[in-house]
Design a binder for this molecule. Structure first.
Ligand SMILES: [Zn+2]
Length: 119
């Protein structure tokens, strides 16, 4: 198990393993957040925070919610608004300790246009 936390520690996310691959996406929201996404099955991700500690942001078709900490402002993850059995969650790998990411490959994804990897 490894843990990602926001800067102040109010939001804690545990996942079963280090990410093998990280995605740097250039879509309108990801490029502004500067996030590196690690994808996991929703059932493998545990998010702990106090009630009212986070704010969600939805845009476009409003199928995903981008969650950030109300105290320190760090974007911690995105999750489906309506969860299904096979749902994915994107954990912002910037919130892992750097040592958890040493061997992870970063891929550049063209979410802004072609929806293909650029590398
Ligand atoms: Zn925080």
């Amino acid at each position: 198990m490894i843990e990602a936390t926001c800067h102040c520690g109010a939001v804690r996310i545990t996942v079963p393993r280090k990410p093998r691959q990280l995605t740097s996406c250039n879509c309108s929201i990801c490029r502004r957040y500067g996030a590196l996404w690690a994808y996991y099955k929703a059932k493998d991700v545990s998010v702990r925070s106090a009630r009212g500690a986070t704010t969600g942001y939805c845009w476009g078709d409003k199928s995903l919610r981008f969650v950030r900490c109300n105290t320190c402002g760090c974007v911690t993850h995105w999750e489906p608004v309506t969860s299904q059995g096979d749902s994915r969650v994107g954990v912002n790998a910037r919130n892992f300790e750097p040592s958890a990411l040493g061997a992870s490959r970063v891929r550049r994804f063209d979410g802004a246009s072609s929806w293909k990897f650029l590398d």
